[in-house]
Design a protein around this ligand. Structure first.
Ligand SMILES: Cc1ncc(COP(=O)(O)O)c(C=O)c1O
Length: 428
């Protein structure tokens, strides 16, 4: 790859060079989709034996439960034990759901709206302007749940160690209509940051004006490390219990990016009281989860060590992809001051910040080159990035070769967009 670097010394030559490269890329007829964080086919191949499991004669769980039949609404004990180890939450406080943690989150919000949380909280719909705090940039589908169900969204800036806790404490502490917050505490989507211990502690300790405030702790990337020495996330359930707020956190996780996305296992975990509440509510929704899939998964993992060994294979596939994007960005944008991007130690995304007012333009320029990116603004409530500067990069699905091309295209589009905006300013 010939390097086209930001060149502020000779802007005319710089403009010519980046335009020429942009035109070359257009002629290359690229067609690469990086819009969403999907596992790659190689990752799915790691567990394709699932397709033949558990096998015709293997349908009894360790406790002799016949997995072909209804029953066992909280899920197989052996699988709850495995997730208990992974999340650091007691097995009786773990519920195995169906295939999607997002649907468990949707379910919890819906129950909260219609029935309230716990035994004594009124339905949240009775609070006319019920609101969630939304750390931004964040996960678009969390915000979409609020939008769909009519919950007000209050953006809170994401810092390097978690959400801005001064703002969280102030907003949740004063306003009883603030009922919850969305959190992706480990390898946050899309910035990749991990909440610091002191942030977790403040979440557990803080005073909330709403007694029925809930933290939606979406630990989607709990074991999705890109390094051999991963950062550790403090245990929110333990911390909340210690501070006398045992019912505050709702923890979610899934194997969507461990086994098959959309055909994995989802988990809800919380205090004993919240688990009782959740099971009481969902008894009207389902007679029992898919235990054959649960059995399949326990046969595959065997135990927590087996799950972690599988994640090492994921890491071997994914780490070079994240490295490639960083190398290309560094080569083309490094030191330019026009863009900054995160270098996560895990998870599925890189967050790229371009100059204010340029993100939509970069995404559009990339589209014209045949590169599909997540729409600019998606990681913000209503898809509106007030500074129009954030772009979510999803490097997991495509090959390293395609990533090199796509990352170069994104960098060149960034240089073109910045150059356009600088020339516009000059014309004014
Ligand atoms: C933060 C986060 N939570 C939840 C999900 C969806 O998980 P599931 O497939 O278990 O619904 C994703 C998927 O990208 C995600 O990034």
């Amino acid at each position: 790859m010939e390097l086209i670097r930001w060149n502020s010394v000779d802007p005319v030559a710089h403009r010519k060079q980046i335009r020429e490269r942009y035109d070359e890329l257009r002629k290359a007829g690229l067609k690469i989709n990086m819009a969403r964080g999907l596992p790659s086919p190689e990752q799915l191949d790691l567990v394709d034996e699932l397709l033949a499991m558990p096998g015709r004669t293997d349908y009894l769980a360790a406790d002799r439960t016949d997995c072909r039949n209804y029953g066992n609404p909280q899920g197989l004990a052996e699988l709850r034990g495995l997730f208990s180890g992974m999340l650091g939450i007691a097995p009786n406080q773990v519920v195995i759901g169906e295939n999607s943690s997002l649907s468990l989150m949707h379910e919890c919000v819906t129950y909260a709206l219609l029935k309230g949380v716990g035994d004594s909280s009124p339905p949240w719909v009775k609070t006319a302007d019920a609101a969630f705090l939304c750390p931004v940039p964040g996960y678009d589908r969390h915000f979409a749940i609020c939008q769909e169900l009519g919950i007000r969204m209050i953006p809170v800036p994401m810092l390097d160690d978690g959400p801005d806790m001064d703002q969280v404490e102030s907003l949740a502490g004063k306003d009883p209509a603030v009922k919850g917050i969305w959190c992706v505490p480990k390898y946050s989507n899309p910035t990749g940051i991990v909440y610091a211990d002191r942030v977790v502690e403040r979440f557990a300790a803080m005073n909330t004006a709403a007694a029925d405030f809930r933290i939606f702790w979406d630990n989607a990337y709990a074991v999705h490390d890109l390094t051999e020495d991963p950062p550790q996330l403090a245990n929110i359930v333990d911390a909340c219990l210690r501070h006398g707020h045992a019912d505050r956190p709702f923890v979610f996780a899934s194997t969507s990016k461990i086994t098959f996305a959309g055909a994995g296992i989802a988990v809800f975990a919380s205090s004993e009281g919240n688990v009782a509440w959740f099971m009481k509510r969902r008894q009207y929704r389902t007679i029992g989860p898919d235990k054959v899939n649960q059995l399949r998964h326990i046969r595959l993992f065997r135990d927590e060590a087996g799950l972690r060994a599988l994640m090492a294979h994921h890491r071997a596939i994914l780490a070079p992809k994240f490295t490639k994007v960083h190398e290309v960005f560094e080569a083309l944008l490094g030191g330019s001051g026009v863009a900054k991007w995160t270098q996560p130690k895990g998870g599925y995304f890189i967050s790229l910040d371009v100059p204010d007012g340029c993100a939509r333009r970069v995404v559009e320029l990339a589209r014209q080159l045949g590169i599909t990116l997540t729409p600019a603004g998606a990681p913000f409530p209503f898809g509106q990035d007030p500074r129009d500067r954030n772009i979510r990069i999803a490097p997991t699905f495509i090959s390293v070769e395609d990533l090199a091309k796509a990352a170069e295209a994104v960098a060149v589009c960034t240089l073109v967009a910045v150059d356009e905006s600088v020339s516009k300013e000059r014309c004014l």
